[in-house]
Each structure stands twice: as structure tokens, then as C-alpha cells.
Design a protein around this ligand. Structure first.
Ligand code: HEM
Length: 507
């Protein structure tokens, strides 16, 4: 594997030589200049969304500030965002903050770079195409129905309502869906409960680790939280290794591979084939074997247990928290807008005559609900910012960004920009008309990122979003507990700081 830092170092030396040449003038974009940049960093950590919003208001579409010793460019124009994520994507790598997640997810799709990332992405991508992901629709609806049943049992007899923390409930629901989708339904409910527990500890602990300056120290201190984190990681690792081992043996034992290869068109992974595996892990093993047997890459070796573990852990973590937050914010927004809620219920009634179960074929029929989910991703994008580190000089907005600089883009800020969205802070699902969508800059709305690193799980997120909202809202009326404080907490994802206490009433 090529060390991606070597070209960056060369580019940086070249840049230094340019800047020291006589007569060279280098201008930085406007931005706050502090004698003690660490104070600004602390301000940023405390309230990143407020700081980013102030930066755009005061300094416009491109600004510069220092985070400790790190120079950061904040860009807030769709053209600049497109430049970073697409046009000049080869001149950027993931930002140092995200690279920290390697401690948990290793070198999986989210964190790997260069040629290795390209190979892994093209290997795994077919498993995430809509046609393949659609076969998990039934698992998703079943998990939604199980939750409804659990809520029904929680409601005291004779009463029709109870209070739940919807954020907590959505997190458990999406962890259980991703573990079913990844490993199949033969994982016991006890094991799923253990996974939920350990994943929650990993995500919670990571939010401390990402704190600059002290993150590294925290990890080394013999704190109870560090011990819990290491124990959870060990447990999850050994569970994942055991599941991978078993899946490998099952595939070999059942000789499924030869069946599937016989029936597969050469370049197409046919999802509907009756022999195709019903979980993502087996699909991944199959694709890996197929790459070596019938693909162009006959020289490559099978993915090692560590590589498989890293990809699985990545899908696990990338695949549940974002979706849980998206569902939570959508339910919150609906609870605040009775007309929107009434329209959704009407649509559910029309599409699912006689209250039948929603299927994957119904998804395109929920046009209004789709707009509701889109509008929720605009106002509360679960991935609220994306960062990159420049590996080469890049010119943007008339400024030269040197290698080693970090560039950040924020979905939360751009999605609320009045230049692209009228009444930007209002929840108006009706705004997403076909004309509006065709006139909108591709990078004025980018909840799933863009370019070669665009979210691979987007099809799964949409199927989950629509089917779960239909299942939950069709059975329950969901209202915010009066006085419950709804406060944003922009950690790895955009969460509600105090959870989302809601009253659920049977419909
Ligand atoms: C509403 C739900 C989701 C949102 C808002 C979301 C958002 C994002 C964003 C913004 C990125 C790009 C990050 C960057 O460029 O640095 C990303 C990457 C990724 N997401 Fe998602 N995601 C969601 C659901 C999922 C699901 C369900 C999965 C899989 C099960 C998933 C798997 C991934 C993976 C593997 C990547 C890395 C892709 C690569 O770099 O090649 N995501 N996601």
C-alpha cells in the first residue's frame, strides 16, 4: 500500500519553496484572528454549529481559522463543496478527526484511502445497490413491527399511551436491523442485546476520544470508561471474528458458491437468485471469492479476517447511528406539524388499503413521505459536517489552499442557506417539487456527501426511513412530551442532547 502521506509531504515542501520565493504574496481568506487560537478551538468544540454559522455570516463563503495549530478552511458555497468532494477529490484525504475512528473501525471503507479504498469500494458496492438491498425490506419491516409489539406490551392495560425516549428506541431498532442485515436472523436476541450494549459504549466513548489535545490522553488513563470501552471492543471483535468464521464455513459446507457462480451473469450480481445469500456478510464473502475466481483481479488474495472485521465494523457503525438520528428528527418534526402528519396518514391509508403490510414495491408510492424524510435530512442532517485534508495545493474562491490544511463543509449550514431554500428554517416538505429539485445545485443539499466517497448505504437508509416511518406512524400517534428540551448535540452525528422523550398513543 502506498503511503498517502509521502505525496502530501512532497507537495508541502514544494509549497514551502513557493512561499519563500522572492515577491511571493500569499493571502488567506478572512476569518477570526486570535492571539490565543486555543480559546477559539474551545469555543468551536462547545458550539460548533454557532461558530460555523457566525463564520459564514461575518466572512462569507470561504473563511479561515486556526484550531490549535491546524489551519482550517470553512467553505460554504456549493461550487466549492463540489470542488472538494468531486472535481479535486484526488487532492484530498479524510480529515485527521475522522482518521481517529480507525481505533474502532480499523481500515474499513469509511477510513481507508487511495487504491485500497477504490478496490474495496468496487468489491462491496454491488451488495449495496438498490436492487440487492431491497431484499432486506422484509427484515426491516419485521423489526419495526416487533418494536410496535413491544410498545403495545409496555402500554399499561386499559391505557392507550406511554412515554418513551424515541432516540433510544430508534438506536436500538437500527442496531437490530443492521445486525440482522449483516449477519442474518439466526443471531439470538441475547446476542443482539449484547451487541447493542457494546456498540453504544464504543460510540459514546469515541465522542470523548475525538476531543483534540485530550483525546489521546483520555485513552491512556486507567478510567472506568476506558476499561469499559476496551472490554466492549474486545467482546465485539471476538463476536465478529466468530460470526465471520462461521459464515465462511457455512458457505464452504453448503457449497453455495458453485451454485451461485453457475447461475450468475458474468458481470452482474443478481440479487433475486434463489441461491444468493440472505445477509451482507455472506454476500461480501461471495463477492470476494468471485473477484478472485471469475473477475479481472485473479491475482489478489482473499480478504483477511482483519480486513473483513474492519469492513463489518464500519458498516455496523456507519449503518445505524445516522439512520437512528434521521428517524428521530423526522418523528420530532412530524410531531410539531399536524398538517404534515395528517397528510402522511392519508397517504399510508391510500397506499396500504386494508392496513396491509408495506413492501418494497410500495416504497415509490410514498411520494409525500419521501419529501418529509428529505426535508428532515435538510434541517437535521445526521452527518452535519464533512472534513478533508488537502494533500496538494488547491485553488478555491481566488485563494490557494496549501497541502496539510483541513477543509470543512457543513450540511447543517449549507442546507439552511436562504440562497438555496426559501424560509430555510421552516419544515416544508412540499418544497421538494420536481422543478425545485431540478433547479437545485447538486451540492446545496448533500446529506449523503458526494463524489467517490459518497455514502454507500444511502439505498438502505431510504428503505429503512420509509418502511419504518410507515410502520410506526401507521400504528402510533407520536407527540413530544411538553417542556422536553430539544437541544442539538453535534457529536459524530447530529443527536438530540437530552434524547427525545415522546408520548406514543395507539391509533
Ligand atoms: C440517513 C442515514 C445516513 C446518512 C445521513 C449517511 C451519511 C454519510 C455521509 C455524509 C458519508 C460521507 C462521509 C465523507 O465523505 O467523509 C457517508 C459515508 C458512508 N456511509 Fe453513510 N449515511 C447514512 C446511512 C448509512 C448506512 C445505512 C450505511 C451502511 C449500512 C452507511 C455506510 C456508509 C459507508 C460505508 C460510507 C463510506 C463510503 C466510502 O468512503 O466509500 N451509511 N455516509
Amino acid at each position: 500500500m502506498i503511503d498517502i502521506h509521502i505525496p502530501m509531504k512532497i507537495a508541502y515542501i514544494k509549497w514551502l519553496m513557493t512561499t519563500t520565493a522572492p515577491g511571493f504574496q500569499y493571502e488567506r481568506p478572512p476569518g477570526p484572528r486570535f492571539k490565543f487560537p486555543y480559546l477559539f478551538s474551545l469555543q468551536f468544540l462547545k458550539a460548533p454549529l454557532t461558530v460555523l454559522n457566525d463564520l459564514t455570516t461575518k466572512y462569507g463563503d470561504i473563511s479561515y481559522f486556526k484550531f490549535g495549530r491546524q489551519g482550517i478552511y470553512f467553505v460554504n458555497h456549493p461550487d466549492y463543496i463540489q470542488s472538494v468532494l468531486m472535481i479535486n477529490q484526488s487532492k484530498f484525504i479524510k480529515n485527521p478527526g475522522l482518521r481517529l475512528t480507525k481505533r474502532i473501525i480499523g481500515n474499513g471503507l469509511l477510513t481507508s484511502e487511495g487504491e485500497y479504498h477504490k478496490q474495496q469500494r468496487s468489491l462491496i458496492q454491488p451488495a449495496f445497490d438498490y436492487s440487492h438491498i431491497a431484499m432486506y425490506a422484509d427484515i426491516i419491516t419485521s423489526c419495526g413491527e416487533e418494536l410496535c409489539e413491544k410498545w403495545r406490551q409496555t402500554v399499561v392495560p386499559k391505557e392507550t399511551e406511554t412515554t418513551v425516549d424515541v432516540h433510544h428506541e430508534m438506536t436500538k431498532l437500527t442496531v437490530s436491523i443492521i445486525s440482522n442485515v449483516l449477519f442474518g436472523s439466526n443471531i439470538s436476541s441475547n446476542t443482539t442485546a449484547g451487541i447493542i450494549h457494546d456498540v453504544t459504549i464504543l460510540v459514546g466513548y469515541f465522542n470523548h476520544l475525538r476531543l483534540p489535545f485530550i483525546g489521546n490522553i483520555i485513552e491512556k488513563l486507567p478510567l472506568a470508561s476506558s476499561r469499559k470501552f476496551h472490554a466492549s471492543r474486545r467482546r465485539l471483535d471476538s463476536l465478529i471474528f466468530a460470526i465471520i468464521q462461521e459464515a465462511k464455513q457455512n458457505l464452504m459446507r453448503e457449497d453455495k458458491m458453485s451454485h451461485v457462480f453457475d447461475s450468475l451473469p458474468f458481470n452482474d450480481f443478481e440479487a433475486k437468485d434463489k441461491n444468493s445469500p440472505r445477509n451482507l456478510l455472506s454476500t461480501l464473502l461471495l463477492l470476494d471469492t468471485r473477484r478472485r475466481m471469475i473477475g479481472s483481479d485473479k491475482t489478489s488474495t482473499a480478504m483477511t479476517m482483519q480486513q473483513l472485521r474492519d469492513e463489518i465494523m464500519t458498516l455496523f457503525l456507519a449503518g445505524h447511528e445516522t439512520t437512528a438520528n434521521a428517524l428521530t428528527w423526522t418523528l420530532y418534526l412530524i410531531s410539531q406539524n399536524h398538517q404534515v402528519e395528517a397528510k402522511i396518514i392519508e397517504e399510508i391509508k391510500q397506499v396500504l388499503e386494508n392496513k396491509r403490510r408495506p413492501t418494497v414495491e410500495d416504497i415509490p408510492k410514498f411520494q409525500y413521505l419521501r419529501n418529509v424524510f428529505t426535508e428532515s435530512l435538510r434541517l437535521y442532517p445526521p452527518a452535519w459536517a464533512i472534513g478533508r485534508e488537502a494533500t496538494d495545493t488547491v485553488v478555491m474562491g481566488g485563494y490557494t489552499i496549501p497541502p496539510g490544511s483541513v477543509v470543512i463543509m457543513s450540511q447543517y449550514i449549507t442546507h439552511r442557506d436562504p440562497r438555496y431554500f426559501t424560509e430555510p428554517n421552516k419544515f416544508i416538505p412540499e418544497r421538494w417539487s420536481p422543478e425545485m429539485k431540478s433547479n437545485l445545485h447538486k451540492f446545496a443539499f448533500f446529506p449523503f456527501g458526494g463524489g467517490s466517497r459518497v455514502c454507500m448505504g444511502e439505498p438502505l437508509a431510504w428503505i429503512e426511513g420509509i418502511l419504518l416511518l410507515v410502520t410506526l406512524l401507521g400504528n402510533w400517534k407520536i407527540e413530544l412530551v411538553p417542556e422536553h428540551p430539544v437541544v442539538l448535540s453535534p457529536l459524530i452525528t447530529l443527536r438530540p442532547k437530552y434524547g427525545m422523550k415522546m408520548i406514543i398513543k395507539r391509533r
